[in-house]
Design a protein around this ligand. Structure first.
Ligand code: HEC
Length: 155
């Protein structure tokens, strides 16, 4: 099982690297310019709070990927572990954010769903955990919509 998975990853990885190198040589000059501009833009706005928030969110993304892997291979321990990481990370990220009641509501909803996902994993209910994963994805998107449309617009 693990070996087959490894071979698949190697093949997909190989194809991606090949595609990337063709693309990269064609567009490198363009990308360099764009990257420089992006760095400048980011530097203007980057505050320690924002950097920390980004780190927490990257961590959330990683943990949610472990959950997806756990669901795909029916590894309940991996699902539960991802859920626990998501809970700690979102609790930490909470301190970073302005006190906004709607934001707090989104964060509560997220936690509630992650709890549900962890519970389903502990009880070895694959469908329940998968549904919770879908709910969680919606909750990521809803909170981000709110942040983009309301919080950032207000700044
Ligand atoms: C309660 C609100 C909330 C929830 C739920 C939430 N996020 Fe975020 N997320 C934010 C905020 C706030 C930012 C930072 C926006 C900004 O300042 O640009 C962010 C930014 C991000 C970023 C961009 C980081 C970067 O490098 O710029 C990623 C990736 C991300 N979140 C992933 C996730 C994932 C995956 C989930 C769900 C598993 C999730 N988030 C759930 C509030 C949330």
């Amino acid at each position: 099982m693990v070996r087959r998975y490894g071979a698949l990853v190697a093949i997909v990885g190989g194809v991606l690297v090949a595609a990337w190198s063709i693309h990269a040589s064609a567009t490198r000059a363009d990308d360099d310019k764009k990257a420089a501009q992006k760095d400048e833009d980011a530097e203007k706005k980057a505050t320690p709070k924002k950097i920390a928030m980004k780190m927490f969110m990257r961590k959330k993304l990683e943990s949610s990927q472990s959950v997806l892997e756990g669901l795909a291979v029916e590894d309940f321990e991996l699902i539960a572990k991802g859920a626990r990481q998501l809970k700690t990370t979102s609790a930490a990220a909470e301190f970073m954010v302005v006190h906004d009641p709607m934001y707090a509501q989104h964060a509560d909803e997220f936690r509630r769903i992650v709890d549900k996902m962890e519970k389903a994993a502990k009880e070895k209910r694959l469908d329940g955990a998968t549904l919770a994963y879908v709910d969680m994805t919606l909750s990521c998107v809803e909170c981000h919509k709110y942040v983009r449309n309301v919080l950032i617009a207000r700044q």
